[in-house]
Design a protein around this ligand. Structure first.
Ligand code: ADP
Length: 401
């Protein structure tokens, strides 16, 4: 069965065509600058990349039609007709409390995704646009939504509620939702395989450290707490987002510094985090600067790792027993320096790194980096959200069929 995964952003479409159950990637690509005069498509078939520049891509429909043409035409074609695609799996950011797992898309599901747009104004409308054009271009395919929030719907109420008046939750849905669920779910299954246990038997702490970053406590294979909250602003220090801070800071910025709310929003989402601390948001540059003796970069790196350590301590307390700590995404998979700083002197929690194994683990590699005496296993696991979406889509199609 061939499954197309689609991650539609406001001006982009990321896609992958995967055969199931053998999980072979036939092609993948990215349509960028949708809506601009000069769009761009990168399309890769078995390592051969085609880049098409300067084509106008007026909207998502034009973008996906061009993808369909690339899939079907030319020497690198991977299908002969749209009908070969059995299902399209869509990444949808916000599923609220309504969606606890991936779901076949119906008019009611689309209406729910639209209703949830105020919770993810930059993402849900774009995800919905992707769904609507995929329905037109691949009308015979089953359409499935995989939600970033769904994996965290198993959190207990004492973890997902905020200590604010109850009606804000009951009337307005104010609670922790958590994000990156597809990634946390994928690496949790992979960690269970490394541990040689069923996922339902594993207690894990999974750290997804990319441009956005979140960390999740997983008990018996289910998310029980996570660092992102009502929005993806909370928790860890990120590339440009502040993560956890005292909410009273917002009153200070507004009342004392006379900053309009939209400016505070932009300050905390786009000009804070690593970029706010040292002017750079790419960990590679920050590490190089810190090594060269740059004080601001060193402080940013120290604060970044310290925040992760605090969460690991908190989640170890929440879980009681931790089988494995997992590092994933751009920083987690590549930065041995961040992993070393995070894990140094965590003997109290039974975490001890093998320095050599840690140093050699880079992107694309998966495996253990803990010392022999470590009570908690530590793994680097390459995340694969597209494969997780394809697996979940195949499961939904199987149930429907
Ligand atoms: P996104 O969150 O946008 O999906 P990624 O998970 O790919 O992105 O993470 C991107 C981040 O990974 C980059 O901003 C960079 O900081 C970090 N990164 C990538 N490669 C390395 C590396 N070799 N060393 C340190 N950090 C890296």
């Amino acid at each position: 069965m061939k499954i197309l995964t689609i991650n539609a952003g406001s001006s982009s479409i990321k896609y992958q065509l995967i055969t199931m159950p053998d999980e072979k990637v036939l092609c993948n690509g990215l349509v960028e600058r949708i809506g601009e005069a000069e769009g761009r498509i990168k399309h890769t078939v078995t390592g051969r990349e085609t880049q098409i520049d300067g084509v106008p891509i007026a909207d998502h429909k034009v973008g996906l039609s061009r993808v369909a043409a690339l899939l079907m035409d030319g020497p690198d074609r991977v299908i002969d007709a749209p009908g070969e695609i059995a299902a399209v799996g869509h990444r949808v950011v916000h599923g609220g409390e309504r969606f606890q797992q991936s779901t076949r898309i119906t008019p009611a599901v689309k209406a729910a995704i639209r209703e949830l747009s105020p919770f993810a104004p930059l993402h849900n409308p774009a995800n919905l646009a992707g769904i609507e054009v995929a329905e037109e271009i691949f009308p015979q395919a089953e359409q499935v939504a995989a939600f970033d929030t769904a994996f965290h719907q198993t959190m207990p109420e004492y973890a997902f509620r905020y200590a604010v008046p109850t009606d804000l939750y009951t009337e307005h849905g104010v609670r922790v939702y958590g994000f990156h669920g597809t990634s946390h779910a994928y690496v949790a299954k992979a960690a269970a395989a490394w541990l040689g246990k069923a996922p339902e038997a594993c207690n894990l702490i999974t750290a997804h450290l990319g441009n956005g970053a979140s960390i999740t406590a997983i008990r018996n294979g289910r998310s029980v707490d996570t660092s992102m909250g009502f929005t993806p602003l909370d928790g860890l220090i990120m590339g440009t987002r502040c993560g956890t801070l005292d909410p009273a800071l917002i009153f200070f910025l507004s009342e004392r510094l006379d900053m309009p709310l939209d400016e505070i929003d932009s300050l905390l989402n786009k000009r804070s985090g690593l970029v706010g601390l040292c002017g750079d948001n790419d960990l590679r540059d920050i590490e190089a600067r810190a090594t060269a003796g740059d004080g601001a970069a060193e402080l940013a790196l120290t604060m970044y790792a310290y925040r992760i350590r605090k969460y690991i301590g908190a989640y170890a307390a929440a879980l009681g027993r931790v089988d494995a700590l997992v590092f994933t995404a751009g920083v987690g998979e590549n930065s041995s320096e961040v992993r070393r700083r995070v894990c140094t002197d965590l003997g109290l929690l039974g975490i001890s790194l093998d320095e050599v194994a840690n140093e050699v683990m880079v992107r694309g590699q998966t495996g253990p980096i803990h010392a022999q005496e470590s009570r908690v296993a530590v793994y680097v696991i390459g995340t694969n959200e597209e494969l997780e979406i394809a697996q979940q889509t195949a499961a939904v199609v199987g149930e429907c069929g």
